[in-house]
Structure formats: structure tokens, C-alpha cells
Design a protein around this ligand. Structure first.
Ligand SMILES: Cc1cc2nc3c(=O)[nH]c(=O)nc-3n(C[C@H](O)[C@H](O)[C@H](O)COP(=O)(O)OP(=O)(O)OC[C@H]3O[C@@H](n4cnc5c(N)ncnc54)[C@H](O)[C@@H]3O)c2cc1C
Ligand code: FES
Ligand code: FES
Length: 1336
């Protein structure tokens, strides 16, 4: 056998069919970086860097010489060290198709099916689906669910992405109308309106290219040869700091382990990689055992069990276990079934493909899903070292890291033996996470009981939990005490008590949710108790079955993906075919999104001499800066300069918001200085070495409560009042009062904040490429920081990978920070925030505290409301004053409250400054309103929809700010939503379900919406456009809006095409830039298409007017001929269009104004099912009816509704920002902050746009729909409240309750009080410092 002394340093792999030979492979370089920066394949995107978002998904293919099969699997490039790719073929989105060659059917379908909005997640989605198809030509829905679970999309709401994937499947997409045998897609059955007026098709499936597997890239034959004749040399790759050693044989591996006892063995790198990346751990030597065949074994002993190689991936383990379960009787595969249950939701597909069983076991994460099960299943670890082989049990001592039960530093885990279970042995697994899939468990568990043969007497019992302490923990003592007991209620009670005594979680425990975690421990045990009881009954009827009412709680919620129908008004059949207005036209960049050709800011090629910027941010919430020592950082390799406030040539921001902190810091995450270096890696390394000395300053204000106490506010108090509150309260039957808290929200745009600044040699000019909603603001801030006039600063904005309000103000600050660095160093600066920095620095939606006092009659009629709002604005004003104003102006939502007083304040705290976010205060403000409406209904013993209906505006009326409006469409939306959702019949069915089920409850809610678009100022609505016609007839349009994924540019091309009467293909839109269209306003407030559309329309009409004489003289001429003729007649073929803006104003002194140009109405009905034992919930169905009037592009508008609704579902039920008591944001990436993933969307999601209605105010009678759908996500929240109410009622809890938002599993579980929550020890809140605080 070869010794590892024979070495090779040549890394060979293939990318998209091309051979890559790397002589100097650096082990610290990951595939994502290599693809993007070295190979210039920028289709693969950076979204998080930690395997959690799927934006960087690629396909890896390897040839297995023993099975002679090629294995294709999806993987996240950000966690793949290039050194691990020896012998692999990598396929990226560019490798499967492009507009230059041919597009792949997956790319085509996702684009044409409207599965792309901003397009940043699209390459990752494409690669996940592509890989699935390489393995299964006609995938099942289940396979599609598995495949997409690891890919996040923040824009679309997933439904269209899923549909494009489903189009390859032979399974029907029909819902079968829940067993009725009818089809939801059949309009005759489902549509109450004249079917000729209503369209349901958003694309033409018949146009899709067929999938032709013969067209795919073949696996490189050279790699096959390499696999057949593997080189026996040890591969050694030497990087700047790390050496990578990959031995060819087990002997060499064991020798290396002896030589480098501290070196980790890297398999999937999903654990080690994260340590290196996020915890700054550096391993000088890494050993890669991926070529060792012994680690890949799979052996089945039909009598004893299964041995799986430590190197098998979790996906392979899943396959093997599935096979075992199908082949062996159920009683023998108890452990396998439990493992499989955990594997269904463990991480996403990409991580399961990469992570190894050995790596999983050895890394012993406290929240490992598999280790508790492997442990209770009595697994054995087969180890090898130079000393020989050894077997150790995978027991609780091993998991606790006890030295005497551990591997020695020379040992390697070769394989794992998982025994078959025995008769009268039962094994089960549980987990509860913030999100159903791809989310580490909050608590998980493996449980096993072994009975004396044929009895219910416990012979052996094991209970292990993850998420309780710093390792997996065992309730060993409790289990011992229960041996000999019969499996009955007394045992259950005793077990709960024992477990809670044995496993204590301190009040201050890391991760928080202490009482919830305690509750989960015993709730899981109760589930296990029921499961086993049920099994015992099946095997022997002497044992009682569980109550029928309890049975449903044993079924986990299924993983489902959304389906549904979308309906909209068909266009007039006489409309010319070429006129695209009103048609569901694909996003202008859809295909380029799908092929990876669409360029985002960081996709721009390297600029000569460019430097990379890394930030150094404050670690204190409020402190004086005593000193900044940069000497150590400056001395590091590659560092060019360090930039502080001293380097700002002119204005360092303003008094309220500094670009670089000056003498003091006012939040954790404030930028103190930046490091410019030749690579981001070097800049980041150096940033860690900047030493800042602080002196803490009092007070530190973090919460709304703190701010009120210290009277720390932004701006003045805002107030609105109507009627006579005092008198009204005296005449009402009942009064309720209370408060509701609503947490903030992170934008989580998939493309992080990005800016590229290029200083010009001449005249202080600067060229800026930025991902922003407001390029003019970037221009302004940069000009003011540099002390140059705006005419020297050119800002370009082609597209943003999502924005949602988060790219309104912050890019200006970041742009100026980068421009100062560019000015100082004289180099181009690339400044791309890492996800963690982005989340830390930029703030998000304002948390809100709503206090209410409501007076109402016994019939539910609300007479008086006295409301106070406080929002947590963070440390600078940003948009906080406007957000509180909007929250107040829009608070009444759809209701007429005759006597209403509302007042609000924005609080100034020492948190990162919160900013604009889709809906701008409305989703928070109206949420509080719906909460007290629900509370009023409960008090009156009425159903919430009755109280909503009773108090809704019915006729032409005035809002609280005295703006007249007609609620006709509000009522229509409500009525249609009632009808389409079959509200009352489903409510009855839900009541029946709730009577029949004790631990699972269903709930339904219907929520109306009156949403006002735009701003309370006319000049905020102004817009300009520039349209050129060239002499070849082609048209170039530029306008002042920014393309953020919302399809603005597509709509603008539709407008130009309609006005100029030319095909869309003749119209081109490249980018927005401040040189072409100056003095723009930010693209926000749902009016981007309204106002820019008007500007484009005006410009086009001006041009048409000029062309009119030429056209009428030669009516049969072509567009090109007319353009040419105009040129020869010296008629200008270029025109600007300028729209002054909608009339809007607000007078806060008088409390009145025509604040908004118009209202969008809507209604949503959602149904959920709640698991009262765990707090999990499943979104079953949502029906949305929206008043879009004449939709310029129904596909885009429905996309906005579905996408914003999904973001709303995240806001109200899942997304939770966690802050330490010291003001440090913990949740800084997809691991700790959960946005909805594909299985979180309602299984059935139907959207219909109201027909036969016009909006005379806006272009083509349309309406702006960018934000409104967000609030409709609250229908899911209130459906949860409905379900929880049913649960509480059944448990005799009749007192009113108020649920804060988001309705996380923790909140739901802890409000469904029962005998288990009664057992939970409650800590005295003054006796410990909690891990996290609520800032709302
Ligand atoms: C985005 C994401 C989501 C995740 N979600 C979940 C989840 O929901 N549930 C869950 O349980 N886990 C989850 N994980 C964790 C994941 O399961 C583990 O990171 C993974 O199983 C580790 O395997 P690996 O092969 O990547 O380990 P590596 O990172 O390659 O190695 C991990 C450790 O194991 C050691 N090691 C590896 N192989 C051997 C061997 N043969 N012998 C001795 N030592 C060895 C290494 O020295 C190293 O210390 C998630 C991880 C990520 C990145
Ligand atoms: S960037 Fe790789 S998974 Fe997010
Ligand atoms: S389209 Fe999916 S993140 Fe924007």
C-alpha cells in the first residue's frame, strides 16, 4: 500500500464540461468564489455564504467506479472547498443553457411561468430543479418538495416556481377539490362570473420546450477514467494559511491522523466550513477522507442490522433507510423509521447531499436531529486508528463529549452500525423548529421503550433531547426510575415530573424560549406515550387504544407545496395582438434571470485596481470612542488603507446619521471604519484586527418601554381625532383595553446591499453602480460627503435582487461610505455586504406597540376607540416619522369608527436604525386594529367576521383624515372572498373537526383591507422618462423608477409599446441612471408603475404627435420608415416625459388631507391547523380577492400579491428578530432568521382580481399592487388565533387573550394552556438575565 509520502498538488475537476487544472488550489477558497471571481461565472449567486439560502446551488456529478453509476446531486457552492472537487464535474446555471446558445426547458419554464421576479434566487432554483430532472425525468410532487426545500425566494411566494417544476411531472396539478372528484381548474365548476370575462392562464404551457435528456452535458469521460484508475497519491494543496491533504487509502489517512491529531476531517464541510467562516476558526491542516472507499460501505445483515459508511451523505442514508423500511417488517425498522422522519426535514436537499453521516455524528451539535435517535437505537461506532480497530457505543456519554467515551485524536470513524429493532421495542423521533423544513430544531428528541415480551411493562427506556443544553442530553435517571412500570397514565404523569426535575434549563439559557423548551420536552414524551399506546393496542387488544380525539396529533403535518388558481379579467378580444397592455407578459429579464446572464451589481467584472471594502462596526450600543488602533490591521497582507470619519472630505452624513461614527457610537452595528484591501478576504481579516476602545455611555435605550421612560423620541407626536371620544365611551355597553406587541422584520432581500464606486481621473467624477431604490439619494449623499456637485456623480441602477423598502435610504449611506474610501485610496471600491453585516447594520421594519381602549355595544358595533402607537425607530430618524404617520393614517383599515382618537410616536433607541419596509407602517398599524376587533368579537360572543362586517365602511364616506372614498370595491372583495372561499361551509367543517380533535385545532379567518397607495405629498409622486427613437426604428426608454423585481421595467415597455403601437421587442430598457433622468424620487409606495408609466406615456405621446404628420402622409409606411423620415425632416426623435404627481397633502394641524391618490381594496380568507402540543401550524388554504382594476400585467400583479402575501405570512407567523439584553442582534442569517420556505405557503392559494372595475386616477385605469398583499398575510395569523381560541375554549379557558405577532410555534404552544404547561416551572423574572429581550 502506498504511503502518503507520494504526493500530487494538481487539482483536476470540470466546470460545465471544461477541464480545470489548479496548481495552486487554496483550501480556503470555496467554489462560489472560484466560479464568480476566477472563472467569471456569475450566474451562481451569493445570498448567505452558509448553506442556508440555496442561491449558490450548483450540480455536482461524480462517477462511482464500483456501481458504474454517475451520481448527480445539488450542493451549495458557498460551502464547497475547491480542493474537495478532485474528480468532480460541476454544472452551473451557465452550463445548462444560455440565450446565446439554447435555453434549457427548466430555464424557459421558470421564466415563462413567472417564477422569477428579482431573479436573484432563480439560478439556484433552476439548478435544484435541473438536478432533480437529471435524476428523475418525471419527478413526483414529493421529490419536488424535497428538492426546493433548501432554496429560498423572497419575492414570488414560490407558487409559480413550483408550477414550473411540476410541469415536468406527470402527476396532475389538480387538487381534486379535496376528494369531491371535481377539478379546481375547471372554470365552469368554480367560477361564478361569466366565464368569458375571466382568464385563468398566465402562460401557455403548450409553448414550452420539451425536455430532451439527450441534449444534456455528458459526464466527462476523463473523469470516468480517473475514477476507474484512481491515483494512489496523496493530494496536497497548500494555501496561504491552510494545507489540504487528501489521502488515497485508509492506511494513509490513519497515518495522517497520527501526524496531525488536531486536523479536522472534512467531508461535507457543512460544520467545519461554518466554523471557519463565521467563527473565525483557522485549521492549519485539513484532512479530506473523501477518497477512502471504506468510508462508503453499506452492509446489511438481515439478522442484526445495517452498517453505513461514515462518508455516506445524509441523502444517501435516507435512500438506504427507505429501502430497508420497504424490505423489513415494521417492528424491525423502528429506528430506521425514526431516522427517516428526522431526515425529511433536516436542512435542505443540498445540505443533505453534502453532509456526511460521520461528520454529523462527530460534530455532535447540540441540536443534531439524528444523534438522539442513533443513541436510543443503540448504534455502534466502528473506529479505526493506527493502533487497530475499535467499537464504541454511540451513547449519551459519547454525545456529552465525555473523554472516556470519545474517539481519540488518532481515531477515524469508519462506519456506523444501526441495529434492527426488536419485537416489543418502539423507537420514535420528534422535532420542532421555527419553520417546518430547513430549520434547526428548537428541541428535538429520540425516544425508545422496550417492554417485557407481550406486556406493557417497561424493561428499558431511553429519552434523549437536543436543544436543551450545550450537548444532546439524556433523561437517564428518569428512565431508570420508570423501569418496571406499566405504560399507563400514572407512568406518564410521573415521567413528565421526573424529566422536568432531571433536565433543567436555566432562565438565562442561550437560545431563550426557556419555558417553551421545557414544555416541548414533555409534550414530545406525551406524543411518544400515545404512539406507543396505539401500537400496543394494535398488537394486543387487551391494551386500551388512545381516545379517537387524540389520534390526529400523532400525524405530523405533511410537507406540501402550493397550488391554486389565479383569475383576472380578460382583455377585450378586439385589442390588437401586438398591444401588450393587460396581457400577462413575462418579466423583461425573466429568461436572463434563469440563465444567470442578468447582471447584478457584484456580477460586474473586476475593475482594474479595484479594492474590496470590509466594515468594522460598533460592538457597543451607546459609547464614546476613546481610540481606534489600526496598526495591527494595516500590517496585514493585502491591506491598502483604513478609512475613518477623519477621511470624509466634506459632510460626514449629518448630525443625526453619520456615515462613519465620529466621537460616539449609538448602536451595535454602526460603521466605525472600513478596511480597503486587495481582496475581501484580506479586508475582512484586517477588519477583525482593528482595535477600538470604548467608554460606555448611559442611558442605553433598546426597547419601546425604555424609550417612553426616557422620553426618547424621533419627531413630534402625531394625533388624529374624530367624533367625541369622551362622550362615546360613556354610552357604550362594554369597554376593553390592552396592548399588542408586534415584532420587526428583516427585509432579507436575496441580494445583499451592494455598491461599486469607480473614481474617474478627471474633474472629481465618480461612477457608481448600486443596488438601490433611490439612485438620486445615493448621488446626493455621495456628492455631499465628497463636497462635489451632483453633476459629477453618475449613479447607475440596472436591477436589484429584491429591496422591499430596505434599499431606499441605506444604499445612500453605504454608497457614501464607499465613495469616501474610493476618494481616499484613488481606487475603485467594491462594497458588498456579507449577509450577517447586512442584517446587523441596516435595520428593518419597525417593531410596534399598540395600546387600545375600545368601547362597543353588545351587538359588536364599535362606537369609540382610543389608540396609542409607539414604534421602535432605532438610533437615527431615517423614515421613522413617516412610518408612524402612515401607521396612524391607515390604522382604521376597512372600518368606520365614529369616535376615534389615535396618537403615535416614533421612539429613538440604541438599535440599528429601522427604515422603510413594504407597507410602511400599515401592516403593523392595521394588525393592531384587527386584534382589537377580534377581541371585541370574543367579548360579544360573536364571530369575528360578523363584527368586521358590522363595522366596515358601507357607503361613500370619509376616512379619519377626512378623505372621501367609495368602499364599493371593498365590499365586493369581501363578498367575493366569502363566496370563493365557501367561508361558512368551511367554518362549519372546521367546527366539526375541532369537536373531533383535541390536540389539533383548525381555524379560519377572513380579513378585509383598505390600503392607500403613494405618499401624502404631491412632489413625491413626480416622475420623468426619456424616450429615444433611433433611425432603425428601435426605441430606448429610460425612466426614473428602479427595477427591484416588481416588473416595473416590463410594464414600462408595455406602456411604450402600447403608446407607440410597436411590438415590445422594438423597445429596449437598459438601466436607470441619474445622468439620463435626474432628480428622481425613490421607487416605493406601490406607485412606481403608476407615475413612471405616466412619464413614459407622456414622452411617447409627444413623439407620436411629432410623427403624426409623417404617418398620416404615409399611412402604409413602416415604423422604421417613419423614424427615418422624421430624421430627414429634422424632427427630434427624442422626448422627455414628466409627470408632476398625484395631488396629495396632509395637514397634521387640522388633522385632514387628501393624503393618498387612491385606495386598493382586498380581502383574504385563510385556514390553518394548529398542533396544540408543539405550537406548529399548517397553512391549509388561502383565498385572496384583490381590487386591481385594469391590470397592466396580470402575471406581474398576481406575482406581487402572492409574493407580498407570503412576506406577510412570514411577518405575522415566523420571522423573529432576536436581540441580546445588550442590544446585539443575534439573528444575522438564514440559520437564525426564518423567512417562509416553499412548504410554508398555503397548500391551496387562490388569487382573483376583481373584474369590471376601473381606477380613473391611474394609467390605463390600473392600480399599484406592490405592497398591499403584505397585510393580507395577517389572515393566517387570525386563523391561528381562531384555532387557538377553539383549543382554549375546550380546555375551559374562557378569559380573553391577546396574541402578539409573530405567532411563532413558541407563542402558539404557550397560549394553548393544558396539563403539561401547568407542570412547567416558572422562573422569577427578576432572578436571571434573559438571553434575549423584546424590543417592541
Ligand atoms: C444550512 C445548514 C442547515 C442544517 N440543518 C440541520 C438540521 O436541520 N438538523 C441537523 O441535525 N443538522 C443540520 N445541519 C448540520 C449538519 O447536519 C451537519 O453540519 C453535518 O451533518 C455535518 O457533516 P459534514 O460531513 O458536513 O461534516 P464536516 O463539516 O465535514 O465535519 C464535521 C466534523 O466531523 C469530523 N469528522 C467528519 N468525518 C469524520 C470521520 N469519518 N471520522 C472522524 N471524524 C470525522 C470532522 O473532523 C469535523 O470535526 C445543518 C447544516 C447547515 C450548514
Ligand atoms: S449563498 Fe450558499 S447557500 Fe446561501
Ligand atoms: S425572485 Fe426569488 S428572491 Fe427574488
Amino acid at each position: 500500500m502506498m504511503s502518503h509520502s507520494e504526493k500530487s498538488d494538481t487539482l483536476v475537476f470540470f466546470v460545465n464540461g471544461r477541464k480545470v487544472i489548479e496548481k495552486n488550489a487554496d483550501p480556503e477558497v470555496n467554489l462560489l468564489f472560484y466560479l464568480r471571481k476566477k472563472l467569471r461565472l456569475t450566474g451562481t449567486k451569493y445570498g448567505c455564504g452558509g448553506g442556508g439560502c440555496g442561491a449558490c446551488t450548483v450540480m455536482i456529478s461524480r462517477y462511482d467506479s464500483s456501481s458504474k453509476k454517475i451520481r448527480h446531486y445539488s450542493a451549495t457552492a458557498c460551502l464547497i472547498p475547491i480542493c474537495s472537487l478532485y474528480g468532480a464535474a460541476v454544472t452551473t446555471v451557465e452550463g445548462i443553457g444560455s440565450t446565446k446558445t439554447r435555453i434549457h426547458p427548466v430555464q424557459e419554464r421558470i421564466a415563462k411561468g413567472h417564477g422569477t421576479q428579482c431573479g436573484f434566487c432563480t439560478p439556484g432554483m433552476v439548478m435544484s430543479i435541473y438536478t432533480l430532472l437529471r435524476n428523475h425525468l418525471q419527478p413526483s410532487t414529493e421529490q419536488l418538495i424535497e428538492t426546493l426545500g433548501g432554496n429560498l425566494c423572497r419575492c414570488t411566494g414560490y407558487r409559480p416556481i413550483v408550477e414550473s417544476g411540476k410541469s415536468f411531472s406527470t402527476e396532475t396539478s389538480c387538487c381534486q377539490m379535496k376528494g369531491s372528484g371535481k377539478c379546481c381548474l375547471d372554470q365552469e365548476e368554480n367560477e361564478s362570473e361569466n366565464k368569458n370575462d375571466v382568464c385563468t392562464k398566465l402562460y401557455k404551457e403548450e409553448e414550452f420546450l420539451p425536455l430532451d435528456p439527450t441534449q444534456e452535458l455528458i459526464f466527462p469521460p476523463e473523469l470516468m477514467r480517473m475514477a476507474e484508475e484512481p491515483i494512489q497519491k496523496t493530494l496536497v494543496f497548500q494555501g496561504e494559511r491552510v494545507t489540504w491533504i487528501s489521502p488515497a487509502t485508509l492506511t494513509d489517512l490513519l497515518e495522517l491522523k497520527l501526524q496531525y491529531p488536531k486536523a479536522p476531517l472534512v467531508m461535507g464541510n457543512t460544520f467545519v466550513g461554518l466554523n471557519m467562516k463565521f467563527k473565525g476558526v483557522c485549521y492549519p491542516v485539513i484532512i479530506s477522507p473523501s477518497r477512502i472507499l471504506e468510508l462508503q460501505v453499506v452492509m446489511i445483515d438481515a439478522k442484526k442490522g445495517l452498517t453505513i459508511g461514515a462518508g455516506c451523505s445524509l441523502a444517501q442514508v435516507k435512500e438506504i433507510l427507505t429501502e430497508m423500511i420497504s424490505e423489513f417488517p415494521e417492528e424491525k425498522t423502528q429506528t430506521y423509521q425514526a431516522l427517516l422522519k428526522q431526515l425529511r426535514t433536516l436542512a435542505g436537499q443540498q445540505i443533505r447531499n453534502m453532509a456526511s453521516l460521520g461528520g454529523h455524528i462527530i460534530s455532535r451539535m447540540a441540536r443534531s436531529d439524528l444523534n438522539p435517535v442513533l443513541c436510543v437505537g443503540n448504534c455502534i461506532l466502528n473506529l479505526a486508528s493506527k493502533e487497530g480497530i475499535q467499537q464504541i457505543p454511540l451513547n449519551d456519554h459519547f454525545l456529552a463529549g465525555s473523554p472516556d467515551a470519545n474517539l481519540t485524536s488518532e481515531q477515524v470513524l469508519v462506519s456506523v452500525f444501526i441495529p434492527l429493532s426488536r419485537k416489543w421495542e418502539f423507537v420514535s423521533a420528534f422535532r420542532q423548529a421555527q419553520r417546518q423544513q430547513n430549520s434547526l430544531a428548537i428541541v428535538n428528541s429520540g425516544m425508545r421503550v422496550h417492554f417485557k415480551d407481550g406486556t406493557n411493562i417497561i424493561m428499558d427506556l431511553n429519552i434523549l433531547y437536543g436543544g436543551i443544553g450545550s450537548t444532546t442530553v439524556s433523561a437517564n435517571k428518569s428512565c431508570q426510575q420508570l423501569i418496571g412500570r406499566a405504560w399507563n397514565e400514572e407512568m406518564l404523569d410521573e415521567a413528565c415530573r421526573l424529566v422536568l426535575d432531571e433536565l433543567t434549563i436555566p432562565g438565562s439559557a442561550s437560545g431563550g424560549m426557556v419555558e417553551y423548551r421545557r414544555t416541548l420536552m414533555i409534550s414530545f414524551f406525551f406524543k411518544f406515550y400515545l404512539e406507543v399506546l396505539q401500537e400496543l393496542n394494535i398488537r394486543d387488544h387487551r391494551y386500551p387504544d388512545i381516545p379517537k380525539k387524540f389520534q390526529s396529533v400523532l400525524e405530523d403535518f405533511p410537507l406540501t407545496i402550493p397550488h391554486g388558481i389565479q383569475t383576472y379579467e380578460c382583455i377585450d378580444s378586439h385589442q390588437p395582438l401586438q398591444d401588450p397592455v393587460g396581457r400577462p407578459v413575462m418579466h423583461q429579464s425573466g429568461i436572463k434571470h434563469a440563465t444567470g446572464e442578468a447582471m447584478f451589481c457584484d456580477d460586474m467584472p473586476a475593475i482594474d485596481e479595484e479594492l474590496f471594502l470590509a466594515v468594522v462596526t460598533s460592538t457597543r450600543p451607546h459609547a464614546k470612542i476613546i481610540s481606534i488602533d489600526v496598526s495591527e490591521a494595516l500590517a496585514l497582507p493585502g491591506v491598502v488603507d483604513i478609512i475613518t470619519s477623519q477621511d470624509v472630505p466634506a459632510e460626514n452624513g449629518d448630525e443625526e446619521e453619520r456615515l462613519y461614527a465620529e466621537d460616539e457610537v449609538i448602536c451595535v452595528g454602526q460603521i466605525v471604519c472600513t478596511v480597503a484591501a486587495d481582496s475581501y478576504f484580506h479586508a475582512k481579516q484586517a477588519a477583525k484586527k482593528v482595535n477600538i476602545e470604548y467608554e460606555d455611555v448611559e442611558p442605553v435605550i433598546l426597547t419601546i418601554k425604555d424609550a417612553i421612560k426616557h422620553k426618547s423620541f424621533i419627531g413630534s407626536e402625531k394625533k388624529l381625532e374624530q367624533g367625541d371620544i369622551k362622550e362615546a365611551f360613556q354610552t357604550v355597553d362594554q369597554i376593553i383595553q390592552g396592548e399588542v406587541h408586534m415584532g420587526g422584520q428583516e427585509h432579507f432581500y436575496m441580494e445583499t446591499q451592494s455598491v461599486l464606486v469607480i473614481p474617474k481621473v478627471e474633474d472629481k467624477e465618480m461612477e457608481i453602480y448600486v443596488s438601490s431604490q433611490d439612485a438620486a439619494l445615493v448621488q446626493e449623499k455621495v456628492a455631499s460627503a465628497l463636497g462635489v456637485s451632483k453633476n459629477r456623480i453618475m449613479c447607475h441602477m440596472r436591477r436589484a435582487g429584491g429591496a422591499f423598502g430596505g434599499k431606499m435610504t441605506k444604499p445612500a449611506l453605504l454608497g457614501a461610505v464607499a465613495a469616501v474610501a474610493a476618494n481616499k485610496t484613488g481606487h475603485p471600491i467594491r462594497f458588498i455586504l456579507e449577509r450577517g453585516d447586512d442584517m446587523l447594520i441596516t435595520g428593518g421594519r419597525h417593531p410596534l406597540l399598540g395600546k387600545y381602549r375600545i368601547g362597543f355595544m353588545n351587538n359588536g358595533k364599535i362606537k369609540a376607540a382610543d389608540i396609542e402607537y409607539y414604534i421602535n425607530g432605532g438610533c437615527t430618524p431615517d423614515e421613522s416619522e413617516m412610518v408612524i404617520e402612515y401607521a396612524l393614517l391607515k390604522l382604521e383599515n376597512a372600518y368606520k369608527i365614529p369616535n376615534l382618537r389615535i396618537q403615535g410616536r416614533a421612539c429613538k433607541t440604541n438599535l440599528p436604525s429601522n427604515t422603510a419596509f413594504r407597507g410602511f407602517g400599515f401592516p403593523q398599524g392595521s394588525f393592531v386594529t384587527e386584534s382589537w376587533i377580534t377581541a371585541v368579537a370574543a367579548k360579544c360572543n360573536l364571530s369575528p367576521e360578523k363584527v368586521r362586517e358590522l363595522n366596515m365602511y358601507k357607503t361613500v364616506d370619509k376616512t379619519i383624515h377626512k378623505q372621501e372614498f367609495d368602499p364599493k370595491n371593498l365590499i365586493r372583495c369581501w363578498d367575493e372572498c366569502m363566496e370563493k372561499s365557501s367561508y361558512y361551509s368551511r367554518k362549519e367543517a372546521i367546527e366539526l373537526f375541532n369537536q373531533q380533535n383535541y390536540w389539533k385545532k383548525r381555524g379560519i379567518a377572513i380579513i378585509p383591507m383598505k390600503f392607500s397607495v403613494g405618499y401624502p405629498k404631491t412632489y413625491y409622486h413626480q416622475a420623468a422618462a426619456l424616450v429615444h427613437i433611433y433611425t432603425d426604428g428601435s426605441v430606448l426608454i429610460t425612466h426614473g423608477g428602479t427595477e427591484l423585481g416588481q416588473g416595473l421595467n416590463t410594464k414600462m415597455i408595455q406602456v411604450a409599446s402600447h403608446e407607440l403601437k410597436i411590438p415590445m421587442s422594438d423597445v429596449y430598457l437598459s438601466e436607470m441612471n441619474t445622468a439620463a433622468v435626474p432628480n428622481t424620487v425613490s421607487t416605493a409606495g406601490s406607485v412606481g408603475a403608476d407615475v413612471n408609466g405616466k412619464a413614459v406615456q407622456i414622452a411617447c405621446q409627444t413623439l407620436m404627435k411629432r410623427l403624426e404628420p409623417i404617418i398620416s402622409k404615409n399611412p402604409n409606411g413602416t415604423w422604421k420608415e417613419w423614424a427615418n423620415e422624421a430624421f430627414t425632416q429634422s424632427i427630434s426623435l427624442s422626448a422627455t416625459g414628466y409627470f408632476r404627481g398625484y395631488k396629495a397633502n396632509m395637514d397634521w394641524v387640522k388633522g385632514e388631507g387628501d393624503v393618498y391618490p387612491y385606495f386598493v381594496y382586498g380581502a383574504a380568507c385563510s385556514e390553518v391547523e394548529v398542533d396544540c402540543l408543539t405550537g406548529a401550524h399548517k397553512n391549509i388554504r388561502t383565498d385572496i380577492v384583490m381590487d386591481a382594476c385594469f391590470s397592466i400585467n396580470p402575471a406581474i400583479d398576481i406575482g406581487q400579491i402572492e409574493g407580498s402575501f407570503t412576506q406577510g405570512v412570514g411577518l405575522y407567523t415566523m420571522e423573529e428578530l432576536k436581540y441580546s439584553p445588550g442590544g446585539v442582534l443575534y439573528s444575522r442569517g438564514p440559520d437564525d432568521y426564518k423567512i417562509p420556505s416553499v412548504t410554508d405557503i398555503s397548500e391551496e392559494l387562490n388569487v382573483s382580481l376583481l373584474t369590471s372595475t376601473k381606477n380613473p386616477v391611474a394609467i390605463y385605469s390600473s392600480k399599484g399592487l406592490g405592497e398591499s398583499g403584505m397585510f393580507l398575510g395577517s389572515s393566517v395569523f387570525f386563523a391561528i388565533v381562531d384555532a387557538v381560541t377553539a383549543a382554549r375554549k375546550e380546555r375551559g379557558l374562557t378569559q380573553a387573550f391577546m396574541m402578539n405577532s409573530p405567532a411563532t410555534p413558541e407563542l402558539i404552544r404557550m397560549i394553548c394552556l393544558d396539563k403539561f404547561t401547568d407542570l412547567i416551572p416558572q422562573d422569577d423574572p427578576t432572578s436571571y438575565k434573559p438571553w434575549s429581550i423584546s424590543v417592541a
